[in-house]
Design a protein around this ligand. Structure first.
Ligand code: SAM
Length: 215
């Protein structure tokens, strides 16, 4: 009987919170990653590139609650396509885009399935899980599905590079977040196989950013 009562008890809703993230206010809850302040550097770099980029849309892969892409395109007329495979993260991203007044199209599903072949972007922002599966316990507050990047931590990152290369305008840029400068070197084979080059790597407290462009 006790078991039956436990089974039918409604699950507690995730606790919601709100944080400023650069120019936007972000709602999140304990089912997704808390917006990490240092990742605003990824938005800032993306925005700097956008300021001199040709007209065109922006793609954010592994968007979670959407803050990195929203902060990058805020107060521009850029159309933003955001992709995450977690339905609840996508709901939060839609809510955050509406609150920020950003023209965003949030696509829920694996990044290899939700883009049309003919879609091209002047800028791709990517924030894949980058923690090796054996090390996820180092981040006990984070949902494992959001940070587990497979055996070497880079399974989803390599997919991001492939998807970005398929959908990048000829003069476009990719700003890829990884855990370290060493991880940026570890994806270099995939970068080259996809016809891209690493133009610059920035070492930040918390992780690293790689800027990729066509060879
Ligand atoms: C490290 S989290 C980053 C989320 C957000 N950018 C942030 O800073 O909180 C990685 C995200 O990638 C998403 N993800 C993992 N594999 C994916 C895939 N194959 N296609 C789309 N999204 C994926 C996860 O659902 C998760 O939200």
């Amino acid at each position: 009987m006790d078991e039956l009562e436990l089974d039918t008890a409604p699950a507690a809703p995730p606790a919601r919170a709100r944080l400023p993230f650069g120019p936007v206010d972000i709602v999140f809850d304990d089912s997704v990653l808390v917006p990490r302040p240092w990742t605003l550097a990824q938005s800032a770099w993306a925005r700097e590139l956008l300021d001199s980029a040709a007209a065109g849309d922006v793609l954010e892969l592994c968007s979670g609650a959407g803050h990195i892409g929203l902060a990058a395109v805020h107060s521009t007329d850029r159309h933003l396509v955001q992709v995450d495979r977690e339905p609840h993260a996508c709901e939060l991203a839609r809510e955050n885009a509406a609150a920020a007044g950003v023209d965003a199209d949030v696509r829920c599903g694996p990044m290899t399935k939700v883009l049309r072949d003919d879609e091209q972007f002047v800028l791709v922002i990517a924030d894949p899980p980058w923690v090796p599966s054996a090390g996820v316990q180092v981040f006990p507050a984070d949902p494992v599905w959001a940070i587990d990047g497979g055996d070497d931590g880079l399974d989803v990152a390599r997919d991001c590079v492939r998807v970005a290369a398929q959908h990048l305008e000829p003069e476009g840029f990719v700003v890829l977040q990884l855990g370290s400068v060493e991880q940026c070197a570890q994806v270099e084979d995939t970068v080259l196989e996809c016809g891209l080059v690493t133009a610059e790597v920035r070492d930040l407290a918390g992780g690293a950013l790689a800027l990729l462009r066509r060879r």
